[in-house]
Structures are given as C-alpha cells and as structure tokens.
Design a protein. Sequence first.
Length: 460
Amino acid sequence: MAKPVIMPRQGQSVESCIVTKWLKKPGDPVAVGDLLFSYETDKAAFDEAAKDAGTLLVRFFEEGDDVPCLTNMCVIGEPGESYAEFDPRTAEGGEAPAEEAKAEEAPAAAAAEAEETAQPVEYVGEMKISPRARALAEKSGAILTKAVPTGPDGRIIARDVQKLIDEGLVMTPAARAAYQGGDVTGTGLGGRVTIADLNRKDEPAAAAAPAPAAQAAVELGAPNDDSYTEPMSNIRKVIAKQMVLSLSSMAQLTQNLTFDATEIQAMRKLFKEQGEEMGMSKVTLNDIVMFAVSRTLTDPAFMALNANLIDDGKTMKYFNCVNLGMAVDTERGLMVPTIFAADRMTLKQLSDTAKKLAKDCQTGSCNPDYLRGGSFTVTNLGNSGVESFTPVINPPQTGILGVCSMTTRVREVNGQLQVYPAMNLSLTFDHRAIDGAPASKFLKALKFNLEHFTLLLAKG
C-alpha cells in the first residue's frame, strides 16, 4: 500500500522548511531507516528517514523548494501503485494527478513521438539521435553516454533523454564541455555533475600534493584568482543576518574580569574521580560556570541582564526565571539552544540538559522550539585556548558571557609569590539596557560565586 512521507514540523514555531538535498530518486528501493531527503529550518538542518519500506514512487518537490510543514513530500509503495491521492499540488488546485495527466497527454505524446521518429537521424559521436532529443539534451545537460536508445534503429529519442533528466544524470554546461567519458558522481544541485566533480574524478587517489607540472603552471608572485564560489547555507544566512542586526542596532560594550579557578577545578576533579555512582562524573567546568551564571542572574540587581530589549528598544521584557542560551559549534554553523529555567535545575540536571541539547544541535535534530526564548547566553572558547574575546549579543537579549581558557598566573600572598589557575570572563552587554557599573557588579558577584562554588551549591 502506497504511503506518503510528509515534511515534518520541527517545533511549533516552524511553518515551512527548505528542501536542501534529495538522497533518493523515483524508482530507488527504500528500506526502513534509509535517508530520503535533507531539509532546513531558519535555524537548523535535519535528515528525514523512511519509516516504511518499498520503492520511492514520486517526489512532489525539488531541492530549493520551500515546503509547508505536514505537506506530502513523496510517496513510498510498490511499483505501479497510484499516488495521485497524495499529490499536494492537486489539493492546491495545481497540477493534475500523474496518472490523469498521463492519460490526457498519451495521444499527444504518441503523435509527437511518431513525428520525431520520422525526422532525419542525427549523430553525436557514433550515437544516433533525433533532432528533438538532441535539443533537449543540450538544454538540460543530460549525459547522453548514459542513454538507453528506444527509438527505431537504436536511435536516442526525447523520452530517453527525459529519463536521464528524471534520474539526475545531467551536467552543468561547463562540465559537459570538459567531459571525456567515464563514471562520475554529481554533487551539484539536483545531482548535477560539475567541473569540481570531473576534477575530483581525474585526481589520483593517493595524490597528497599537486604534481610538479601543476605547480609550475602558477608563477609565484604572479597575479591569479585561485578561488571558487558557492552559495551560503540558509543557516549561515540566518547567522549573518543576526550578527549584523546585533552589531548595528545595539550599544555593545565588553568588560573583562579574571577569577581564581582553584575551587571549581578541585570540584571538577572530585566529580570526575568520585562522582560516577551519582552521575556527576561528566560534569564539566562549563557546566559549573553556567550553573553559577544562572544563580547570579536571579539577583534583582541584575534583572536587566536577564531580559530582552524589544519593540525597537522601547520595551524591556524581564524574565522570572533564567532561560540560559548555550552557544554550540556545529558543522552547519553556530547554534544557541536554550536551557529553560536553568536557575531551577540542580547542577546534574543542568549538565545533562546541556549535553543533550549540544548533541541534538551537532546531529541536526534539535527541536527549533529550543533555539529561541533565551534570556542570557554563555559562550565558551576555553577549549580553543582563547584568553580573551568580545562575544556578540544574541538579539533581543541584553547580555552574553564569554568563558575563556585556563591560564597560570602569579600573585603575592603574605610577601610570597604564589601561582594559581585563572580563568577570564568577558561580559558583553547592551548599554541601552544596563550601565557599566551594574554590569561590573554582576561580574564581581559571579566571580565570588565561582571562587566559593561549594557555598553556592550548598545554597541551592
């Protein structure tokens, strides 16, 4: 029985998604768990896996299409089954179901094919081809060497070329001009073979460096444009838009402060060595910092940092809990999931939640509802060895804390030099919402909480 596959709704705030890549084409066998297509919201990317086995009968949308959530994307069933009832274009008053359209077009197609086979034969290399098929191939970039002739006397006709197009066996114009035969996998839009695919095919498998002749082709110091272009992903476009909005619409200022990390380092060591049975062994320094931030922000004196500035800077939205944003680096770009009500969680609960959200972001399965609603954000570059930086606020929030790497510093204690582990904190705040003095007081309070973390845990 034919079954439709819908465009999932990834969160209540998502109305539509963009198809980024089809991983199956009509006629392909499908097993449960096979990836069918990839898609993006304005914040995250996902893959859709098949829940039924069979054959992919039809695709209703193509790569680049913006598809409303819960709309039928394709149909899985047995070869020859009807899928007309699932066609979303019919429901919208668009194209007719495929079977009906074929029935209506059959007489005209037969007449056109008869006219085509009556035309004089042409040749592409040693292949016989009709003028109509040749024109279609030149327009579409179909790879004629892959065609199976079905016309009289082994002639390639238009339907043979159309089959190549339907199967994705097409090339870009530049690739078609350079193609010299052989098998090559297309990675371009819709599976098209590009120049890059041809070059990759021609590269020796074990080549670790350009051949001497290739190196000699570029004169050292001579002007050249050794570059290539590619469109930005939808996620990258959203990030770019947010960063420009942030820096162009806010009065951002950054303050830096260093604290003694001796206590949290000892706490982390204790959790790692003795916390296995309590599920605390995987608590990280970043979890500890986020816990301290969530507690520090509950002080009414810092309510302007736990807030959103909305209505073009005319209205402050204050939160009764700390919805803590956590910057996560992914292959698709920076994502900031929200740990809702972080100030009401235990350290273990916060740590577990943070790890789950980070994993979901990195695998592309994070619910978009968790990518919004934050009141304050923490971003950590400590693992990169960064000692100080200027984090950029995530609008409409009013503050963001940058956590830096651990360094060894020296201080004087009772006339003696003493080394200690230090960590730098970089607070960027919106000067429209909060002044420098209360911002610095927040950093000072956070420093105390981190340097006396045992007391903070005891307080709850």
